[in-house]
Design a protein around this ligand. Sequence first.
Ligand SMILES: Nc1ncnc2[nH]cnc12
Ligand SMILES: [Zn+2]
Length: 317
Amino acid sequence: MYDWLNALPKAELHLHLEGSLEPELLFALAERNKIALPWNDVDALRKAYAFNNLQEFLDLYYQGADVLRTEQDFYDLTWAYLQRCKAQNVIHTEPFFDPQTHTDRGIAFEVVLNGIAGALKDGKEQLGVGSGLILSFLRHLSEEEAEKTLDMALPYRDAFVAVGLDSSEMGHPPSKFQRVFDRARNEGFLTVAHAGEEGPPEYIWEALDLLKIQRIDHGVRAIEDERLMQRIIDEQIPLTVCPLSNTKLCVFDHMSQHNILDMLERGVKVTVNSDDPAYFGGYVTENFQALHEHLGMTQDQAKRLAQNSLDARLIKP
Ligand SMILES: Nc1ncnc2[nH]cnc12
Ligand SMILES: [Zn+2]
């Protein structure tokens, strides 16, 4: 089944580039940039990848991102991810990047963007992997800081298709970012947001009604609210679900309890994605494989999930 799933043409719609930083590359970049690491080797770092919740993961994710310093570093990170896409027949990807994770450390916005955009361009030309980049605001920071980030991005507006919202969900509802999302939409950007990963269904309502999002990132807690489920089904609003992430971060205790196939069978436009593959144990094909192993996903269900991912692209072919 793995080879069949791997060969299935698919799109990835929920992937944090910083979360694709494999330990081997992290160590190589630390050496290149002469940065001391608190782990002795790659194995010691991998052992630290045991999380009880989103915040424990985020603490390590931001620490790992500190090795990214130069345009070449961002290029290498993105290029390594695009090669995984090629190997797994991901024909199109819409990755997130978190500019504030870097600009707050003194890395210039254009250093980050030029590295990523250069690799995405080469990915299209040399690997045939299409893409659309999503600029994501960190929700644990203020709306004012998100506004400043949008200001920095506007001179490079052609490099993005959308803005998103990620980082610590609880206590940081979508309503906190209503004004900056309004401005982003007025500037011509599409919008997406993480909602209903750890946060309640109310956050998904807010993301839809206040941020006017095209897709819900995660959204697995929608199942707790029947009226919300009906809306998501009626309006065919895509959910970018990340099964391995949800089990690694204890949103579900075990993959056998994941609700993605129940949602699929109820008519929700769910898709399969890897979120932060270097930290959660696999890329898109491994996520599909886990659904097959633990939930008995059939080939017909896999085909529908893959087709949903192609249909839910922000950039239509
Ligand atoms: N799963 C996730 N949820 C929220 N913010 C993130 N940043 C990177 N991965 C994330
Ligand atoms: Zn995510």
